[in-house]
Design a protein around this ligand. Structure first.
Ligand code: ATP
Ligand code: MG
Length: 301
């Protein structure tokens, strides 16, 4: 199926355009279209990665289902033929990459869970031996498995970078009961997801969940355990002391590092080959973890 850069290319006008998603506000619901846009260093490339949006969308759908016994989610339907007009008229272009979801009252917290130490967690540990107020053992190496998975929340910033916060700040923001519930749920989802991925040779190093309230209940929203919201590492390439290549934008980032580019707009043009390899990498992780879903949505991938 064809790549999609923007819903605008279909003559649709999104109410909100994120780096990756085009959102349509339909009153009680949102129609979320995951495009094939890709960003690096917070800059959206002009080129798209074909099928990337479908991979992200289908993976989230697969995890919603896998987690159905643990938590409800916002999904109404991912069958584009069932979308309200005029979206159903674009079922071929929107299928596989879109979902109609119930609007939630979002918690202003990114529910990050880390089972391994990398990224901003590694930086924070290097400074003072803690992450979000958790005191960690001395002598941990980069990419090492933590004694247990940790809830390391961050703020959800509309502009700029999210900031790690201690659990007590989450309590101040949303109250003890809700904070406890989000922490427990996030850890349960991480552990369940990581147990699922392990036999496939995939390490779920860390991830970020978002939750909201729908009908008074804590509900899973947004993307779930995708390569954009998580670090997936091939277990065969994991060794403490160095960060394995994750299933995401590594190929693109590596290419960009070879250029003399200041990480500001306008982005450089990305060669076909880099786009194709990146696309392959995204498809690969879906095929490894959810071969049946990959087959089911094959027409759109
Ligand atoms: N059911 C829902 N109810 C309310 N908000 C939702 C729901 N599902 C997802 N969202 C929000 O929609 C947005 C999805 O858009 P998108 O992922 O493109 O933007 P983003 O995460 O804010 O920024 P970025 O462009 O960095 O990804 C997120 O802000 C997410 O919190
Ligand atoms: Mg997002």
């Amino acid at each position: 199926m064809g790549a999609l850069r923007s819903a605008r290319d279909l003559g649709l006008n999104p109410d909100y355009e994120g780096k990756v998603r085009d959102m349509f506000d339909l009153g009680d619901s949102f129609l979320i279209v995951t495009t094939d846009r890709i960003s690096a260093f917070d800059v959206i490339m002009n080129n798209v990665v074909p099928g990337r949006g479908v991979v992200l969308n289908v993976m989230s759908l697969a995890w919603y289902e896998h987690f159905a016994d643990l938590v409800g989610n916002h999904l109404i339907t991912a069958d584009a033929r069932e979308f309200p007009a005029p979206f159903n008229e674009h079922a071929d272009a929107l299928g596989g990459r879109s979902m109609l979801v119930r609007k939630a009252e979002r918690f202003p917290v990114e529910c990050v869970v880390r089972g391994y130490i990398a990224g901003s967690g590694w930086k924070s540990y290097g400074k003072d031996g803690t992450i979000c107020g958790h005191k960690l053992p001395d002598g941990l190496q980069l990419a090492q498995k933590l004694p247990q998975a940790l809830f390391t929340p961050s703020t959800k910033e509309d502009e700029g970078h999210d900031e790690n916060i201690p659990f007590s700040t989450v309590v101040d923001m949303i109250g003890q009961q809700q904070a406890d519930a989000l922490q427990k749920l996030s850890l349960d989802l991480y552990n369940t997801g990581s147990d699922y991925a392990e036999p496939f040779g995939v390490i779920l190093a860390d991830t970020k969940f978002e939750f909201g309230i729908i009908d008074g209940k804590i509900t899973l929203i947004d993307e779930v355990l995708t390569p954009d919201s998580s670090r997936f590492w091939p277990a065969s390439e994991h060794q403490a002391g160095q960060e394995p290549p994750s299933w995401d934008k590594q190929i693109l980032r590596n290419y960009l590092e070879t250029l003399d580019w200041n990480h500001e707009y306008p982005p450089p043009a990305i060669p076909e080959e880099v786009l194709a390899k990146t696309s392959r990498r995204y498809h690969e992780v879906l095929e490894i973890l959810f071969p049946k879903e990959a087959e089911k949505w094959q027409a759109f991938l």
